[in-house]
Design a protein around this ligand. Structure first.
Ligand code: C2E
Ligand code: MG
Ligand code: MG
Ligand code: MG
Length: 290
């Protein structure tokens, strides 16, 4: 009887593992096809300069218009891609698409703005990243405004300082900027930042969410901002949802903010409309277009 039970348990586990592997494989194959079928798309969320409240940047966020499941958010499929080499093809697509969009907006007569592009850790460790960033800049003639392209990397990438610094330096020599995403939840020490060629920190949403009621969150945000400024880094707060949070961040001297309070991620056309409306609005009388 015990033997029988043991065998059943074994079979049960095997079936379960096989199921999740099968699901993973199915998702991976689906995603590979999605790349070819053009089902992926980028949405764009505005970033505002806190002192002028104008849009100075935008973050490109990946979406999958799945034929059966509808619009899928990146948390559903990016981790799957990250477990395989598919993340490199996916990342290359995102890079191309975002650069093409920046070029299209500039060609439409809009002031160049910062385009923040998420780069996964696996891409950074992949040899072709520097070449593919350089290639995208060249393909879309963005070399002169390469500083508008900001690559967002998460802290986990930077656990090994030396190889990271080398790659970041090579990226930087192309003229692009580097931001550390989700700052505060990873393991990078503040001291480590000193040794890395970084331009900006994005404070993780979890700290902003708890402002202003949680004194610890306030203290951390305050400390991160002053430390970043001391190191000459720009600070972006993500996940700003309330006017109170905005005011607190302003008081703390945060540079830029991003969040549902001011704008949700939207399709490219909608975002362009927002930029055009902002450009047409005469915020300063003398700067109104003729
Ligand atoms: P992230 O890079 O930290 O992006 C910010 C996420 O916060 C986005 O979620 C955005 O929609 C969300 N967000 C912005 N403001 C608010 C707010 O006020 N409240 C709340 N609750 N959320 C807000 P999204 O688009 O679902 O992306 C999730 C994550 O997926 C991203 O986090 C990023 O890590 C990853 N991701 C997105 N696009 C790409 C991509 O092209 N490549 C890679 N490798 N990862 C990507
Ligand atoms: Mg990001
Ligand atoms: Mg983030
Ligand atoms: Mg995140």
């Amino acid at each position: 009887r015990a033997k029988e039970q043991g065998r059943n348990t074994f079979e049960f586990y095997t079936a379960e593992i096989t199921d999740s592997v099968r699901e993973q494989l199915a998702m991976e194959m689906d995603l590979r096809a999605a790349l070819e079928r053009n089902e992926l798309t980028l949405h764009y969320q505005p970033q505002f300069d806190l002192s002028t409240m104008s849009v100075t940047g935008v973050e490109a966020l990946l979406r999958w218009q799945h034929p059966k499941l509808g619009l899928l958010m990146p948390d559903r499929f990016v981790p799957v891609a990250e477990q395989t080499s598919l993340i490199n093809a996916l990342g290359a697509w995102v890079l191309q698409r975002a650069c093409a969009q920046l070029r299209a907006w500039v060609d439409a007569g809009l002031e160049p703005i910062r385009m923040a592009i998420n780069v996964s850790g696996r891409q950074v460790m992949y040899d072709h990243l520097v070449a593919s960033v350089g290639g995208a800049l060249e393909q879309y003639s963005l070399q002169d405004i390469a500083a508008c392209v900001e690559l967002e990397l998460t802290e986990s990438v930077l656990q090994t300082v030396e190889p990271s610094a080398e790659i970041l330096n090579r990226l930087r020599s192309l003229g692009v900027r580097i931001a550390i995403d989700d700052f505060g939840v990873g393991y990078s020490s503040l001291g480590m930042l000193r040794h890395l060629p970084i331009d900006a920190l994005k404070i993780d949403r979890s700290f902003i969410r708890n402002m202003p009621d949680d004194v610890n969150a306030n203290a951390i945000v305050k400390a991160v901002i002053s430390m970043a400024h001391a190191l000459g880094l720009r600070v972006v707060a993500e996940g700003v949802e309330t006017a109170v949070q905005l005011e607190c961040l302003r008081e703390l001297g945060c540079d830029d903010i991003q969040g549902f309070l001011l704008g949700i991620p939207m399709p490219a056309g909608e975002f362009q409309g927002l930029l055009q409306a902002a450009a047409a609005a005469p915020t300063h009388g003398q700067e109104a277009p003729p």
